[in-house]
Design a protein around this ligand. Sequence first.
Ligand code: 3H9
Length: 633
Amino acid sequence: MNDVVVLNKKETIALIQIQNSPVNALSHAVRQGLMEAVRESLEDPAIKVLAITGSGKFFSAGADIQEFGKPSLEPQLPQICNAIESCSKPVFALINGTALGGGFELGLSAHFRVATVSAKIGLPEIHLGLLPGSGGTQRLPRIIGADKALKMMLNGQPVSAGEGLAYGMIDRVEESGELISASMDFMLETTAGKHPRIPTRERTEGLQDEAANHVAIGEHRNTWQKKGKGLYSPFQIIDCVEKALSTPFEEGLKYERESFARCLESPQRKGLIHAFFAERRCRKIPELREIEPRKLERLAVIGGGTMGGGIAVAALDAGLEVMMVERDEAGLEKGRLNVEKVYDRHISKGRMGPEDKKEVLERFIPSTDFERITDADMVIEAVFEEMEVKKEVFRILDQYARQGAVLASNTSYLDIDEIASVTSRPEEVLGLHFFSPANIMKLLEIVVPSGLSNEVLATGFALGNRMGKVPVRSANSEGFIGNRILGAYSKVAGYMMEDGTSPYRIDEAVRDFGYPIGPFQMFDLAGGDIGWANRKRKATTRDPRERYVEIADRLCERGWFGQKTGRGFYFYEEGSRIGIEDPEVLDIIDMYGIRKIVEDIEEFSVEDPFFWKPSELLKTMAAQGQTFEDLNL
Ligand code: 3H9
């Protein structure tokens, strides 16, 4: 064929193997090779069965994403899928590993699907702003019905071979590592007429329960109208599946093709594919090419607060042994609860059983004894965001951590060089800045202070990769990357609030724009105390010309730090993470303050100095930070 598709004839079976490393993407050369292999196998009278398989860990990761946006070259994937489905000889998809997007659609167009037990099967096109465009939206519902098909296409997460079998889209799961030889008997049985060759387009199991399919379409559409405002491809996916239920196959296929073309042209597709490649490029650090990361099995997290708890969960989920160190039993108990509540929520949502939680927590060691960190390969500090507090912790870490252990700070803003300077090993200290909630958010900033050892840097990246994060290298500069951007975003949100827009309407506008949450919801989620500490730290060096909004400080002074204290910009009922609008917060924002009043009068006096004159009393009160209440004292 060519060097990316190999055809081997074994008696009556034609084995067509995709060998296009690293992920067997269906590039133009692969498509050409597949088409030719199918044609040759059909023409050869000795061949009775065709079997398509992949190589390595992948059946195929789908269409070659690099080709999107370039002129499309024939044969296109839908043509190949149609040719396979129309084959007069039985075609097997031997799914040897991951089958995603167009890769799984290739499998769906075969007449039989056998998967190895470790295979993962999914339709992740939604993450790229696309839809399954090689017949997937038309073929899959015919086998598994609208609800399951939509779940796969709309959450984009792969399912296991076992789940595929239970759904009915996989015919057999093979436990043996030798998928081809283990499938031989099944393939030969089809030549003896034991298993009928039914093209997927003619299957109807999934179409039987019309009422359930109709309900599923309505429910998924409602859900996405709430959570996916502004997104394009989810609604196109739902429309395509609806077509599959109500129109002949060819018509549905044409509709899918046109919808796919619209998605392909959309700026959302362009942005998401840019992000796909950008995320992968971030991991490629030139100076780390030859560097091996250090061993990483035991992690110590210092601090059991929101961040410490989240980091501990991320590390436990990555299979590490995690020690959490706190100053006292009360702090430790809070930390332990912060970890356990994540797993309790998984249990309540049916994502794991109590036994699984027990198994994970066997690797979790809470302690108030700093000496216990001597075993750790890496220590991540996540204590209060104040330089002196951090320095004190790093002095202790330097005393107890073993030589060769990596020392990391989860600071959001502070200078890592300064933190590292209190240790005897500054070249082993780096910043690992997680974002809240640390067990969920993908971004991990790897902050590089001067003189950092490349091995330590490589170990930071290895941790990020192991946790499934997107690790991004950052200079050791104020706010690193994310918080630098966030700084401008937050300031503008604050200005708008002070100028009279309710924070709740600002959040709503930002959500309507397409963000999952607004800025004030985000402050509450991250914890108001962190930003407050940072603002206080910068108070003496802030340019006096800069506008400063004090409203968030007023909330923090009341101990309202957001979700963790049950109150911030929003009010949270006991145990709830859904914020309710809080009239008291709006009252605080109306509390204009004498300083602002004097500033306004002075500004207006530029135009009309005769009328606008602040009284001496007001000026004195503003200078002394007094309120009218103070006059009564
Ligand atoms: C589709 O199929 C549309 C159809 O419905 C209709 C068509 C008409 N193409 O992530 P990794 C590269 S849309 C080209 O680091 P992992 C990736 O850039 C597609 N290249 O490895 C990287 O390159 P490099 C639907 C691809 O093991 C290298 O492979 N499919 C593709 O952590 C290794 O990737 C998807 O959306 C591709 N399709 O994860 C699947 N995929 O080394 C997208 C990967 O130069 N891919 N590369 O940086 C993934 O989810 C993950 O890459 C995968 C492997 C799970 C496959």
